[in-house]
Design a protein around this ligand. Structure first.
Ligand code: ADP
Ligand code: MG
Length: 254
């Protein structure tokens, strides 16, 4: 395990201007260390998803640099980019599992980027990944459901399987975009507890968008607030005041 403290994700001056001229990110600076979980708060349309998509290179930022374990993802292209991107795993609001396939098969697909050939292109999973996939299911406490069809899982279980699939990618950084937005409170606690454990026990860097300041304070090490594409604050989670959060969500009466 990597020791806590060294920077795994370093975002500098990140900007994103959409084709329609919309400036969704205005020079964002943010870094996340190994072993750290950072929560992003901000109202709808403030640029949270754009930031995560740019960092994972699901979309191309128009400016800035994104260093992941020393590789600048914003500059790489082609095969080099594909390999470097494996270090960054995304988790979304919806688990997006293949419902008719088994839980284990779903987890295995997370590793496919490491085996690019004709067989994996057809969705066939290399044998050696099966055993590892069981370990990743064990890590999220669901190895007993390995053989079950993914479509039969509860929302919270499905999200934990999605995180297990992300682990199969062997990431150093996990980006989670509102991962508990469609879960009940109990399942939300489980998923947040899991993300925090991956940071603390596995030394990953976790960057997670939430809408609940109360969860942010309990599970985050730091909380950053984003408004209209700019970071408004970046501070230890236990120092974020309700007033700060209210300002961010524009809830203060004029
Ligand atoms: P959040 O995740 O914080 O709700 P987004 O990152 O989705 O915000 O969006 C930030 C801003 O960028 C919003 O004003 C949104 O309308 C705009 N936006 C998002 N995607 C696109 C796009 N593909 N083209 C143009 N504008 C976009
Ligand atoms: Mg969003």
């Amino acid at each position: 395990m990597a020791g806590p403290g060294h920077t795994l994700l370093d975002i500098r001056n990140l900007s994103m201007r959409y084709a329609n001229g919309k400036m969704a990110l205005n020079g964002v600076d943010l870094s996340v260390a190994a072993g750290e979980i950072v929560i992003v708060l901000g109202s709808n349309g403030s640029g949270k998803s754009t930031m995560l998509r740019c960092v994972s290179r699901l979309q191309d930022p128009t400016g800035g640099s994104i260093e992941v374990a020393g590789n600048d993802l914003a500059r790489l292209k082609g095969g080099e980019l594909r390999r470097a991107r494996m270090a960054v795993a995304m988790v979304f609001q919806h688990a997006n599992l293949v419902r008719r396939r088994s839980v284990l098969a779903n987890v295995c697909t997370g590793a496919l980027g490491h085996h690019r050939n004709w067989a994996t292109a057809l969705g066939l999973v290399p044998r050696q990944e099966m055993g590892k996939a069981l370990d990743y299911l064990e890590a999220v406490g669901l190895s007993h459901l390995a053989g079950q069809r993914a479509g039969t899982l509860s929302g919270g279980q499905a999200q934990r399987v999605a995180i297990s699939r992300a682990l199969a990618q062997l990431p150093k950084v996990i980006l989670a975009d509102e991962p508990v937005a469609s879960l009940d409170p109990q399942a939300a606690e489980e998923v947040m507890g899991l993300l925090r454990r991956l940071a603390k026990d596995e030394g990953m860097a976790v960057l997670c968008v939430l809408h609940q300041p109360e969860l942010a304070a309990r599970y985050g090490d730091r909380v950053v607030g984003i408004q209209a594409g700019s970071l408004m604050f970046d501070m230890p989670a236990n120092q974020v005041s309700p007033e700060r959060v209210a300002t961010l969500y524009n809830r203060i009466a004029a």
